[in-house]
Design a protein around this ligand. Sequence first.
Ligand code: FAD
Length: 432
Amino acid sequence: MNKNKKIVIIGGGISGLELIKLLGKKIGYKNITLIDKNLFHVWKPILHEIASGYLDANINTINFLDHAKDNNYNFKLGTLININRYKKFITYEYLNNLENKKKKIKKLNYNILIIAIGSISNDFNIPGIKKKCFFLDNIKHAMLLHKKLFNILLTFNNDKIYDIKNLIKINIVIIGGGATGIELSAEIVNLIKELKKYGYNYFDNKKINITIIEAGSKILSLLPNKISIYVYNILKKININILVNTLVTNIYEHGLKTKTNFYINADLIIWTAGIKVPDFIKHIKGLEINNINQLIIKSTLQTTLDNNIFAIGDCSSLKINNKFIPACAQSAHQMVKICCKNIISILNKTSMSVFKYIDYGTLISLSEFNTIGYLVLNIINKKIIIKGKLARFLYITLYKMHQIKIQGYNKTFLFLIVNIINKFIRPKIKIK
Ligand SMILES: Cc1cc2nc3c(=O)[nH]c(=O)nc-3n(C[C@H](O)[C@H](O)[C@H](O)COP(=O)(O)OP(=O)(O)OC[C@H]3O[C@@H](n4cnc5c(N)ncnc54)[C@H](O)[C@@H]3O)c2cc1C
């Protein structure tokens, strides 16, 4: 095996960080470099729980520098901006130090490059969206939204004390009826419930409107109908308004407009509708992309035009048996094994393996109100619906399995203990 080849992984998300660990175990970490634009890794499916204050960002993120030190690989804090495929180097923008806003450009050579930069919210260039909407793509967004939610709710509570005519209300609008929007809406209702225990008693369900707006004909359109209906009924029960077949066309300072020219007031708008890969990828020469900038890959996970460049996770687009592999944590995780195998095949000059996707199911967490989803029993090719405590247990297990993969059993167990202790000694929700 040629262990001297330089392997560069861009993006330390679910797929990138799991890949580093697996590759390191198989071939050693010496020639592996990870570049990420953030200093911290986070399991994105918990972002809405960080936004609501239910989970603490400090103990649910992993510092890349620390992870690299423990595992002996190179980490560079930087943002990929270009790839020179012919001379085999990438260029990335980095900050000299964490306070310095001045960015510098650096080059890094590679023999094998893995792009695992994930996705961001697709804003569809809707007028007003960048200025007014909140997003939930990374830890910074989650913390920003947390601050905004708290401010808006506390201001409402304090103003309500003097609201003799009962006029004050707030409108929170979540655009996108997929898993992220749905889970976030339930988290916000739970946050309001928890805040009441801290003496914020003036919350009145009729005066806090939470609305989910979905362009399609139903929420959770990718899940079985039964789950979509079940979730719809729970959301209705906890007073969340749901508008389907509603396409948002404009965002304004205090509201939004739909395609049918309907104006909806909004004090807070959170955009969770659709994904894309950042636009800079369009300018990299010689890589094939689709309409949302995902890199088109072959079943070996190599990009279609360059066998030395792999793409995995949300930033890749792969069609198997006429079906696109969904952009989700499960696919990102499953791609890691074949990507690692095929990198080793290049080093050994042996034949490549082909990726096969297995759908094990999906789970939706509705905060304290329920968890629901389906599991696929692949032997009999049947989907079974699960809910309640079992579903919640499996939902948490998925996160723990990811933590075990990237930090091992001992650290994951210790973090679990810290989390349990924190539940007793710290407030149930982060109140600041
Ligand atoms: C709020 C939320 C909830 C979700 N819930 C679920 C769920 O319940 N179940 C599920 O299956 N999926 C869920 N998903 C989707 C899931 O998180 C993604 O499919 C998964 O994270 C994709 O993994 P990835 O490795 O492709 O990218 P990511 O995990 O997104 O990681 C990408 C990494 O690349 C880095 N990066 C990005 N651009 C650059 C650049 N130019 N240069 C350097 N580094 C860069 C980022 O900082 C990040 O660390 C959710 C997503 C969100 C946002």
